[in-house]
Design a binder for this molecule. Sequence first.
Ligand code: SAM
Length: 292
Amino acid sequence: MKVADYIQQVAARFEQAPLCYGHGTDNALDEAAYLVCASLGIDFTDADILTTRELHSDEMAQLETRVSRRIDQYEPVAYITGQAWFAGHCFHADPRALIPRSPIAELIQNRFEPLLKTAPLRILDLCTGGGCIGIAAALEFLDARVVLADISADALALAAENILLHGVQDRVTIVRSDLLENVRGKFDLILCNPPYVSRAEVDSLPAEYIQEPELGLLSEDDGLEIPLQILQTAAARLHAEGLLVMEVGFSHALLAERLHEVPLLWLEFEHGGEGVFALTTSQLQQYGGCFS
Ligand SMILES: C[S@@+](CC[C@H](N)C(=O)[O-])C[C@H]1O[C@@H](n2cnc3c(N)ncnc32)[C@H](O)[C@@H]1O
């Protein structure tokens, strides 16, 4: 069977199964192409290979095992294949950290225009998980030094592997920290995709999401506890002209309501996603009293 035909067949089987998408794709065909092409190590945009390459029997056997892991155990493709794409770069992915999917990727690829007046020289990726946001920023801003911070030793071990994968070990460092507690120095840009999912939402997540570490999702106080703690302390780690960019996803309405006096700048995305805002250092200082 040709690769393209097998992808169609797998997509039809995915469509019959109660699968949930959202870890890099949003439909059965893209999900099937991701699983098959990543497993075979081929480029899913290369139409010639897809339509001419025959699958060998040993490849089919391996692929069938992976397809059944996706259908029967609801494992996300990124964990099955060990890789996920973010901001145009491939990262190691496994259950030590969340699967990269933040819309902050689009901001990085657009170099945060028009939010930043100059290229940032010091960037902090707070709640870094496997390091995708900070490493992608390092690959975009070649003069920047980047710190990746997370409380999870497992996530930081994966981030360390991704630093080596992208050869940025001279500019990207890791710190284990409960939010900003062990982070030193000041930054031009803090990027943060923290946990922001409430207990009720965590308990009702589809099977695919339960396979991700709960530490990466759960935030008490209806999802707002961790984002508010970061807002309380971020100004102290930013230069005077600095910027905080934080994702709070579907908690954005609740945060906007709670912080109705604060001019949160909600960013818009061409490629989907929502719930990311920006605040400058002076705004964080001015409205500091609202965050407690
Ligand atoms: C939503 S995940 C984001 C991972 C990655 N930045 C991304 O966008 O894919 C949130 C991360 O926050 C980390 N985390 C949870 N509580 C933390 C805390 N108190 N201090 C630092 N990191 C924390 C988790 O370990 C997890 O890696």
